[in-house]
Design a binder for this molecule. Sequence first.
Ligand SMILES: CN1c2c(nc(N)[nH]c2=O)NC[C@@H]1CNc1ccc(C(=O)N[C@@H](CCC(=O)N[C@@H](CCC(=O)N[C@@H](CCC(=O)O)C(=O)O)C(=O)O)C(=O)O)cc1
Ligand SMILES: N[C@@H](CCS)C(=O)O
Ligand SMILES: [Zn+2]
Length: 786
Amino acid sequence: MSVHEGVPAFPAATILGYPRIGPRRELKRAVESFWAGRSTAPELSAVAGDLRERTRTNLAGLGLGTDDASIPSDFTFYDQVLSVAAHLGAIPERFAHLRGPDGALDLAGLFTVARGEGDRAPLEMTKWFDSNYHYLVPEIGPDTEFRLVETPSVEAFATALADGVVTRPVIVGPVTFLLLAKPSESAPEGFSPLSRLDDLLVAYAEWLRAFAEAGATWVQLDEPALVSDTWAEPSAQVSAAVGRAYQALSVDLARPDRPALFVATPYGPLGERFADLAATGVEAIGLDLVRGEAPAIDDAVRTALAGRTVVAGVVDGHNIWRTDLDAATASVAALRAALGGDVDVAVSTSTSLFHVPHTTSDEPDLPQRLLSWLAFADEKVGEVLALAAGPDAAGEAFARSREVAADRAGAPGVVVPEVRSRAAGLTEADFHRSAYDARVAAQDAVLDLPPLPTTTIGSFPQTSELRVARASLRKGEITAEQYAEAMRAEIAHVIELQEKLGLDVLVHGEPERNDMVQYFAENLDGFAVTQNGWVQSYGSRCTRPSILWGDVSRPAPITVDWSRHAASLTSHPVKGMLTGPVTILAWSFVRDDQPLADTANQVALALRDEIADLEAAGIGVVQVDEPALRELLPLRRAAQSAYLDWSVASFRLATAGAADATQIHTHLCYSEFGEVIGAIDGLDADVTSIEAARSKMEILPDINSSGFARGIGPGVYDIHSPRVPSTAEITDLLTAALASVGERKLWVNPDCGLKTRGYPETVASLENLVAATRSVRERLGAPVQG
Ligand SMILES: CN1c2c(nc(N)[nH]c2=O)NC[C@@H]1CNc1ccc(C(=O)N[C@@H](CCC(=O)N[C@@H](CCC(=O)N[C@@H](CCC(=O)O)C(=O)O)C(=O)O)C(=O)O)cc1
Ligand SMILES: N[C@@H](CCS)C(=O)O
Ligand SMILES: [Zn+2]
């Protein structure tokens, strides 16, 4: 009997996943209330259960089937990668005390692993593929035990089933889990977590059996790692791992001991890994057809796939423009033709929808015309259903899609001739500053800084008073002037604090910013912002990505008054604070009708004007943050250099108008930067601050070997945890950094902004940072200033 006989049909239309925070951030509020001790674990679980129930009712109401596994079940309290680690007991030794007798973590334990406790560092957090979502990095060693120790995903499935809905559980697949992991602290040099695949598969098999016993017909295993060719492990090794993993889970573990398996591969073209998967017994394979071409399909693949399903991800799960349904239909038809008549083709989103907000119907302030161009998660469900039904049955949806495309192309603001002609007139000279030596001389003459200058990354704690003031302004409860006065008072407080702490280059603290991208979007033409368009960035933290829909320009200075006010309160240099073009693009929903490079240059020109206005206001140091530079790096090596060319160029365009005496800083965080160190050098910033404390300065050898010659501030204080680093600890980090990059280049700063921290730990940490710097300066024989 073929392994595929008796397999339940894959649904004709589905989505790869759905936002889990709730339309009004219900999960964020419930989780934070639990953390604050205002609610109990059962109360938090009840909120989560309600949310899951609302989600499946909503998806069923939108038209997804309740009996065919079209509704994904992908809930997690914090992060989907952490959830796998928790299910399988793969928790670092330093958290062993949190595990119950059965090896499971309770909710409080799960959050402790995510957030750390005392000297026990949390799991490292880093970006999830090329998105603004951040996952927790599993730590795997030769002795990590893999065993199914808890089953909340199975219980969630069973609850939905009891409610009459056959959902499709979604879990991160074993190859991706191990490729995303890092070696545990005790692992020997050169250890690869992927070497533990066989042991991990035993636990995945147990998990699949548990789903089968609970009645699951299909389970989705997400394997986004397969679309990337940038792993340390050679391609042949990844290919072999795919073969072994899915042979074990689909053939060695035969049905009915397991549900049918759907392996989804979002975020890029699957390429040669498609044939690897086809050679196993998985019942369905998902392709991201938004980000790339369909893979090569030869006779062998066609034959191997007979009786199975390929799921065409043609509705963009990562952006919010309405789908061109005709183009998507053509792409599905081409895939169908390539696969031949024996292979079923279903329609889906390209990625989970957790990258987009819940629904456009909750945005009363967005202009109707713009709103009509958009599809958030719920509207995308309608699109997959329309595509599955086809242009005859869903004629109205197809007609609407054509109207939208035409309307967008001709709408005022989409093309602004003045913006286009300025960009067209750019010359090579617009991308270059003077030689670094000349700049250093000019800057030394005006900025009287000690060796190892101290500074912070920009934001100071966003207190609830600041957020409430902004909410009150929005509701009309206070006037714009009252709001501005409250912000000026906060800036005065932050300046006074920094002077007291003895920092050298001060910041205004960014109290006026709801978010470092949204704030600029609110002040630039060509953008719109949402009211309720929240998207999870990590854990309980959310953002409202702005919508970059038209040509970008700056109607008026944005940050100048705040920076001028701060500078008026101190004799120290105050650093102006801007967000760079690549980060503004990466953390917004960006128009899809022109190359990103062109859009980035429009944003860069607006920032260039802002820097000129800051200089005119007497600001001699300006930081242009690019934390997302690494985020948009293509997942395939062949595409990376073109990306780095345009992204670096846009930063240079933004900053190259600055005078020699203006010190340009940049800041990078939330990623591993080793492999793009050359591009960071290419930014040509005078000073670069970079996250380093969490990884214990692992970046320093890369900086050294790249010949990076300008100022560098490797972070000496991990701002992701309330833990206060001791003076001795910071002194050690500074000593290591000094030995590596030298006194002339070294700056002292935290890893990132302080907006998510509270004041008590911020003050204590910065006191220690300044004390450590002074002790190192003394050792160098430098005068102690500040
Ligand atoms: C630095 N990072 C950022 C990323 N992406 C961004 N877009 N911005 C970033 O800063 N990516 C990588 C990293 C890590 N990611 C994040 C993401 C989000 C946060 C964060 O702190 N988010 C806040 C929300 C920020 C915000 O928009 N605040 C608004 C609205 C605040 C609010 O909730 N108001 C209440 C009323 C007031 C109250 O009672 O408190 C309401 O509306 O109900 C504002 O300040 O006006 C979050 O809370 O999740 C950090 C790092
Ligand atoms: N200037 C920003 C950078 C965060 S990546 C801040 O300090 O919050
Ligand atoms: Zn940062």
